[in-house]
Design a protein around this ligand. Sequence first.
Ligand SMILES: Cc1ncc(COP(=O)(O)O)c(C=O)c1O
Length: 399
Amino acid sequence: MLFSGLSEVGDDPILRVSKMYRACTDPNKVDLGVGVYKDAKGNTAILNSVKKAEQHLVDNQETKTYLSPAGNAVFNRLVQEMMIGADHPAVGEGRVSTYQTPGGTGGVRIGLEFVKKCNPNTNVWISDPTWPNHTAITKSLGLTPKQYRYYNSKRGEFLYKEMLEDLSGASAGDVVILHGCCHNASGADLSHDQWNELADLMLEKGLVPFIDFAYQGFADGIEEDAYAARVMSSRLPEALIASSCSKNFAMYRDRAGAITLVSPNADEHVKNTSHMLSAVRANYSMPPDHGAAVVAHILGDANLRREWEDEVDAMRSRVKKMRHLFVEQMNEKAPNSGFGYIADQKGMFSYLTLTADQIQTLINDHHIFFMANGRVNMAGLTEANMDYVTDAIASLFKA
Ligand SMILES: Cc1ncc(COP(=O)(O)O)c(C=O)c1O
């Protein structure tokens, strides 16, 4: 029989944590696992700007006929401008295009499919650690994943020197996946100087940047967070950027994202885009409309855009506040616990520098659910649960 003989694929570790959280009946349980933003009440609410744009669509959308494999052209233009700026040199030279995809994941998938069409033997360099789907998608396409050192989660240490060392050993034409900001899972980002230095190294060695940009607005600001995408796509002749509207528009399930391609010249670009769109056609034909239509309306309407920017600022500020409050309380309750690094990290994720036994104690005895490797979603912390969480962690440091 064809459909027999497979062995079961284990649960995705993130989904396993969510399942454990849902099954737990302890009233104090805390979810620091799944990677979604939560507000001060612990809810992942729909943004007001999104609600208004959705109402606008309900009232005004006249057809639901097919779009095209490229998706919503207004969305593509506005998202591209937000990422790399309207004055990006490659735009004027006709060698950059952005296509709507089903979420950032769809962007990573289509981008890597395009890489495979260009050269099926390409190595894809992936940070250690990273968002597990980078490796999964690379492998599922039959491309070769290679790891570069990035972060030591047991010591809370960003390994920039080691990253450069490893990438110095890459070959011309290799693709390097880089997190545009808010590195998932470490929260450790490169400084502007480090991005510049990395761009120099990649240019010298002929490496191709693939920026995964899933958290624009969650590190320092919508404009500020675009630094890596702008430096890499303007200093290097070719680049890919997968971007996501899941977090910054809180439209996770609506699957709005994009893939942006920068080619070395306009002639190659025409051919390249035909391959990218044929990859879309053979996968899902065209992306879903709703999420991107909402984003396009928000970004194109000055008032709604301002309201959305304020909502992004509020999400970012709340996570920052929780990071600082966590460090403050840990410094008070367990002065030698060494969590100071968490205040400086960016976005929702950080690793707690705890042993495997300490992590299991927090999960089993205190019902604080997070990844077994120590990754926590700082957005799961609130003023209401902070004391409970820091008391529990501090208890691990008492003899
Ligand atoms: C680094 C990274 N890339 C891509 C994605 C995918 O986002 P989306 O839900 O838009 O597919 C995520 C989501 O968690 C992510 O953390």
